[in-house]
Design a protein around this ligand. Structure first.
Ligand code: GPU
Length: 889
């Protein structure tokens, strides 16, 4: 900075206030200043949305202070850093989460009250940042909250006053805010909005930036060129040859848009109970000036200007296909755009204070969130070899030390494959590098396993076949030092099935870190009354940073006073949810009914269809029972929510079926309050925050062996909701935590009370309602095909759908075909009987409210292990080799 004389620095330092104050009148002044100068409204006339904007900006000011301090601290300490590369983040809203993590929520609420505003009302003005699809994307967001809260990366403290002084002085000289832990893409259109018309899903664009985004800071000076296409040529170098990539140039002409600029947008992520505030850096694509020069020279000025906007399409839209996006050029462009910008940023930062790339692995850990960013491997090799002129083996050695990979699926269709032709045209040098990596690796492999060509071909990074492709998972495994699963059984499946060959070769690489979710978002923000209750009964708020303390509630699980307060909190949450349901759908529901919820992406393997068929069965029973018996029925409100990928026809039919069944049931006077079915449209993070605290029972009913982990269950568990589940993914570990000292509580369900409980059975574990085929039984059951025995009730409910009982007979035909006649891949028919039994057990338990409340308390008490704090600590210690680095204030 030009005029930075000593006198100037002293003057600036003298003018610098300490930190922004958080007493009510300072907050009020800040908010009103932002109304006037940022939102540009008169402080005497502004509405709730404008008040929200001003409020958000005043919170953002406080975030920025802490964020600068964190960055300076990290810069000074130069710890090893984790760079978390994820193509998707589902952040949801930021306001409540930020003020709670900053510890100034109550101050803001008081300050606003005096100005005539309710904090909660303003918080509702914020839209969701939905830059992701489902579980994987929300997991990234939870993990960021834990990374910040647990002070990663960092170490040591220095005396406070000294630190403040140094920090302020450094602040004057340091203008590049540069400590980033997480990278993503700033899609202009997030996940589509789901609109339900006549029961069918319609997709509408989510232009979430329409009203501005106060939580991001555009870094106009942090930009990097990203190049595509072109050719690779040999060049003379030091007496030998080397490869050079000439982006954009093919056959002596230039491919349009071969270069774009990546602009950084920083989103500060505050930790809880710490000053540490880390960065989520999202990249947006902008036209490159370089390109402009060339197109303007052609003389077609107007077209040149119009065309330049096309560069922005790279980051314009999030792919809404959960788990299957193969072979699309735009998707590959997004992936490389993201990887290239992030790595230029990471390498620039490293080079700021280091000159030898051998130190790179001691300072940098790169986490691949599924295979989506795995082009990063080829890109690091390219930069080190072609640009930094390291020799291949030295570069390879570095690459093998820095990457770790987490797989999030067992579904074969989710394993990304990139057609070689596509890669060759878009990134020719990267294809060569991948071939070279594969060549060395296969040679090495031959030495280890001999000439077992079947196995060699299975393990190759390059897949031969009609469409020759690159197997991104194989690339990621070969080049990563650790391959993590997201639950114990998922990891077992990776080792014994999906990546079996690799496990046999490198058993030491394979590990798992069971997913977790952040209690800050999923209890403190979304369920403040439960949060206060927990703190009161534990006598401390320390559980917000240390979830193991929740186990302390176990001792109180039978306390009558706690029961009363617990039930009251749950009832108020149910009332809030009931109001929302009525406002949205016009359906009135009774809060004394059991609220039974299934919210997640629509997928055949998640078996929303099993839930709906179960509801049809319940309806059928009520219709057919003696009127006098209806008094024995436990009233239920069944709530289903979730989006289907726009091209996933079957999932869309399940949504329509749900709405068709709801229409019938909700308007049947025979049923009344005994059964209601509600489809909640446009399920997203904020809807989850409202629904989860109000649920009594939640369903996690995937066919065993299909859900890698599942994280929704953990959020429900924390909120004292009981689970009805199959033994799949992380549920297996939840059973161990929740059910373990409960085995003596064996109880037998009565055989007679009504047709829901017709089949007597034993429920060994009464804290959860478990059912369905076990993972090891699934393959043999599938083998049976059409000879697999299916209960009569199942055939009956499917027949009702087939016969048009809910209308739309032709439309639902293919849905019915999918679960009958040997096509029932997900075993709905086989699991139906035990599903109904588990549901009956839930009914029975619900009648005994004292018992239910105890189970609910024990669910929350046992949820400690499913905090993402635990997951992140395991990653930090076992995979990334990083330590906390706490900002000393
Ligand atoms: N998951 Br792969 C997604 O949400 N999207 C994906 O593209 C892939 C996985 C989910 C898993 O289905 C779920 O079981 C897991 O809990 C979650 O990722 C986080 O690991």
């Amino acid at each position: 900075r030009g005029g930075e004389t000593r006198v100037g620095v002293e003057r600036m330092f003298g003018l610098m206030d300490r930190f922004l104050k958080s007493d009510p009148s300072s907050l009020q002044k800040d908010i009103l200043d932002h109304v006037e100068y940022t939102v540009a409204r008169s402080r005497f006339s502004f509405d709730d949305f404008e008040a929200y904007q001003a409020l958000a900006h005043s919170v953002r000011d406080r975030l920025i202070e802490r964020w600068h301090d964190t960055q300076l601290h990290f810069k000074k300490k130069d710890p090893k850093r984790i760079y978390f590369l994820s193509m998707e983040f589902l952040m949801g809203r930021s306001l409540s989460n930020s003020v709670i993590n900053l510890g100034i929520r109550d101050q803001y609420a008081d300050a606003l009250k005096e100005l005539g505003f309710e904090f909660e009302v303003l918080a509702e003005q914020e839209g969701d940042a939905a830059l992701g699809n489902g579980g994987l994307a929300r997991l990234s967001a939870c993990q960021m909250d834990s990374l910040a809260t647990m002070d990663y990366p960092a170490w040591g403290c220095i005396a406070m006053i000294f630190a403040l002084l140094i920090s302020n002085l450094l602040r004057l000289c340091e203008w590049d805010s540069s400590t980033d832990t997480c990278y993503g893409l700033r899609y202009q259109y997030g996940l589509f909005r789901q609109v339900i018309l006549d029961g069918y899903q319609h997709e509408q664009p989510d232009y979430w930036l329409n009203f501005g985004n106060p939580w991001e800071i555009e870094r106009v000076h942090v930009t990097y060129p990203v190049k595509f296409y072109g050719t690779v040529e040999d060049e003379n170098f030091n007496g030998g040859k080397r490869k050079v990539w000439l982006p954009g140039e093919t056959h002596k002409s230039l491919v349009p848009f071969w270069q774009v600029e990546a602009v950084a947008y920083d989103n500060p992520i505050p930790g809880h109970g710490t000053r540490n505030t880390i960065t989520l850096r999202l990249w947006a694509a902008k036209p490159s000036d370089q390109i402009d020069m060339e197109s303007y020279n052609t003389g077609d000025y107007i077209n040149a200007v119009v065309n330049r906007q096309r560069a922005e399409t790279i980051s314009s839209v999030l792919y809404p296909d959960d788990r299957s996006y193969q072979g699309k050029e735009l998707r590959l462009k997004q992936q490389y755009f993201f990887v290239s910008a992030s790595l230029q940023d990471i390498i620039r930062r490293f080079k700021d204070s280091h000159s030898n790339f051998d130190d790179f692995p001691a300072k940098v850990a790169l986490q691949l969130n599924d295979t989506h960013p795995s082009l990063a491997i080829a890109e690091v090799m390219r930069v080190l070899v072609d640009e930094e002129h390291l020799d291949w083996n030295r570069a390879w050695d570095i690459v093998c030390k820095i990457f770790s990979f987490t797989s999030h699926t067992v579904l074969p269709e989710a394993l990304e494959k990139v057609p070689v032709d596509l890669l060759e045209s878009l990134l020719p040098r990267h294809l060569q590098i991948i071939y070279d990596i594969n060549f060395d690796y296969i040679e090495e492999l031959k030495k280890r396993i001999g000439l077992d060509y079947d196995r060699l071909s299975r393990m190759s990074i390059v897949e031969d076949g009609a469409i020759k492709s690159i197997r991104m998972a194989n690339l990621a495994i070969v080049c990563s030092h650790t391959v993590n699963g997201v639950s114990r059984v998922h990891s077992e499946l990776l080792k014994t099935r999906v990546f079996k060959d690799f496990y046999e070769l490198w058993p030491h690489k394979f590990d798992y870190k069971t997913n977790g979710v952040t209690q800050r978002r999923w209890i403190v923000v979304s369920n403040p009354s439960l949060s206060a209750l927990i703190s009161k009964w534990l006598g401390t708020e320390a559980w917000i940073r240390d979830m193991d303390l929740l186990a302390g509630l176990q001792d109180q699980a039978a306390n009558a006073d706690l029961h009363e307060e617990w039930r009251m909190v749950r009832k108020v949450n149910k009332m809030r949810l009931a109001e929302y349901i009525e406002a949205m759908s016009g359906i009135k529901v009774s809060v004394s009914a059991m609220f039974d919820v299934q919210i997640k992406r629509m997928h055949e393997y998640k078996r929303q269809l099993l839930n709906i068929l179960g509801i049809i069965h319940r309806y059928d029973c009520i219709k057919n029972m003696e009127k006098s018996d209806r008094t024995k029925v436990v009233p239920r409100v069944c709530i289903i929510g979730g989006k289907a990928a726009p091209g996933y026809e079957l999932a869309k039919k399940i949504i329509k079926l749900c709405n068709a069944v709801a229409e019938k049931i909700n308007n049947d006077p025979d049923v009344g309050d005994l059964l209601k079915l509600v489809f909640i449209p446009d399920y997203n993070v904020s809807v989850a925050e409202l629904v989860i605290p109000g649920a009594d029972l939640s369903q996690h009913i995937s066919t065993a062996g299909h859900e890698a982990s599942g994280t929704g269950s953990m959020k429900f568990l924390m909120n004292g909701c009981l689970l009805l589940a199959t033994e799949d993914g992380s549920t297996v570990e939840i059973i161990e935590e929740i059910g373990k000292d409960n085995m003596e509580e064996e109880w037998i369900r009565s055989a007679s009370s009504n047709c829901f409980t017709a089949a007597a059975g034993k429920f060994v574990d009464s804290r959860m309602f478990l059912f369905g085929a076990k993972m090891h039984e699934v393959p043999a059951l599938r083998e049976k095909g059409p000879t697999l025995k299916v209960p009569l009730q199942f055939a009956r409910v499917v027949r009702m759908v087939r016969d048009g009982y809910f209308g739309f007979q032709d439309y639902f035909e293919s849905l019915c075909d999918k679960v009958e006649g040997g096509n029932d891949f997900y075993l709905l028919g086989h699991d139906f009987q035990s599903y109904l039994e588990a549901q009956a057990a839930a009914d029975k338990a619900f009648v005994d409210q004292e018992k239910w409340t105890r189970m609910s308390i024990l669910s929350t008490a046992g949820s400690g292990r499913f905090s993402s704090d635990r997951t992140i600590e395991e990653y930090a210690e076992k995979t990334w080799g990083i330590e906390p680095c706490r900002c000393p204030f």
